[in-house]
Design a protein. Structure first.
Length: 418
């Protein structure tokens, strides 16, 4: 922790302690230069839609993502207040975007309307008035939800009832899990236009799961989605643990698991069945939103996996999240960055500089995933990325029609060694 962070920790109470807020505001009033605030007004939600999980997820997200000196308070009304010492305020917009993504991931619609940003150097009085309850209803009104009768009827018809959840869970336990398992290869760039197979990722086919077993809405509700996929995690761990050692040793592979799965007997049983020499070839992948949501468990998860010989991968990392996280502190072996065409615009030199530095340092491998065309590989190679994954790569070596141009990139078929 640097000097600035130490200083701010003496000023700002820890997460969840709002008792020091009046004194804190008084102190900031004397030296408000460089102070900014983010207020997540969850108390404005209709009573029936309020969930403690919203406040917990936001607080955890901030603690993991914010690299500026800061403090996070969960107020008695469950609003979340973030105070940030940021001279230029450049960190506030990405931070607000990440909070919005976190809340929308929790199925809170139009989350942006509950978030307000303040430059305390200019808006301290208005900020204090808001926290004191003055004109709160006027400044942050509860959202109005207008639903047409027909739409409301359809929503009621499509909702998941407890009996539906029990039925889906029963089907998950009885289903042949082999039907859900998919493999996808990750590739390493070895020359300017040639790649070789690098490792296999073993994961659950969500499309197949929803189409054949589950209700469409399990993919819309993050908690429900994770609850059901933990059931499948246990089934996959059993199959992999019961498999022959020879099969596990053939290639480097990764398992995509929920954070909560690592705290179960299923994972411990699997771990006992895997010899140490096999673990070193194995990567445990976890989704970025899952790690952010379980930020308090991250140090234990990392220490446990590394102590047992596994390597750790953070999957599904967006550009904003990549910029917010300190990857030296995260201390993971692989980062999977999601490809999107706007990355190639060159409009964010700071992002490309940080990405190149991480890729070239050699401590953490950056994998550009969801590659859908040559543009993804071109951009990745330009910024120093050596590892790629996506359906476009899987089809490069497939025969093409006579009138189709040959791809510039080729896959060299070799035994996979990671």
């Amino acid at each position: 922790m640097n000097t600035a962070q130490s200083a701010v920790r003496k000023t700002v109470p820890p997460v969840g302690d709002a008792s020091l807020l009046p004194g804190l505001l008084k102190e900031i009033g004397h030296k408000s230069t460089g102070w900014h605030a983010l207020l997540v007004g969850l108390s404005a939600l209709p009573v029936g839609e309020r969930r403690t999980q919203f406040s917990q997820s936001v607080a955890s997200c901030i603690e993991v993502a914010c690299t500026q000196p800061h403090g996070t308070l969960v107020l008695p009304n469950r609003d979340v207040l973030v105070l940030v010492r940021d001279q230029h305020g450049s960190a506030m917009a990405p931070l607000a975007d990440l909070v919005i993504q976190t809340l929308e991931g929790e199925d809170l619609k139009q989350a942006s309307q509950y978030i307000r940003r303040f430059n305390l150097e200019r808006e301290l009085s208005a900020f204090i008035a808001l926290l004191s309850g003055v004109d709160t209803a006027k400044t942050m009104p509860p959202p109005m939800r207008v639903v047409a009768p027909r739409a409301e009827k359809l929503e009621l018809e499509n909702r998941l009832l407890p009996k539906d959840i029990a039925k889906i869970e029963k089907m998950f336990f009885k289903a042949n899990v082999v039907n859900f398992i998919r493999n996808q290869t990750a590739y390493r760039l070895v020359t300017e236009t040639e790649l070789e197979e690098n490792s296999d990722e073993i994961f659950i086919s969500i499309d197949y799961l929803i189409k054949n077993l589950a209700h469409q809405k399990i993919n819309a509700d993050v908690w429900l989605f994770q609850y059901f996929t933990r059931t499948l995690d246990a089934r996959i761990l059993y199959l992999m643990g019961a498999g022959s050692e020879g099969e596990r040793k053939k290639v480097s592979f990764s398992l995509n698991l929920n954070v909560a799965t690592l705290f179960t007997e299923d994972f411990l049983t699997y771990d006992k069945a895997v010899p140490p020499r096999v673990r070193k070839n194995q990567l445990i992948e976890m989704q970025a939103f899952d790690l952010v949501e379980n930020a308090n468990e991250m140090p234990f998860v990392r220490g446990f996996l590394h102590g047992r010989g596994y390597r750790l991968c953070v999957d599904g990392v967006s550009r904003d999240l990549f910029m917010l996280l300190d990857w030296d502190v995260m201390d993971v072996e692989v980062v999977k960055l999601k490809w999107s065409p706007d990355l190639a615009s060159g409009s964010d030199p700071a992002f490309e500089q940080k990405l190149t530095a991480l890729a070239q340092a050699g401590r953490t491998d950056v994998v550009l995933c969801r590659c859908e065309d040559e543009a993804a590989l071109d951009w990745g190679a330009r910024v120093g990325i050596k590892h790629f994954q996506g359906w476009y790569l899987d089809g490069i070596n497939k025969p093409r029609a006579v009138n189709q141009p040959s791809p510039r990139y080729k896959i060299r078929l070799t035994d996979m060694v990671y």
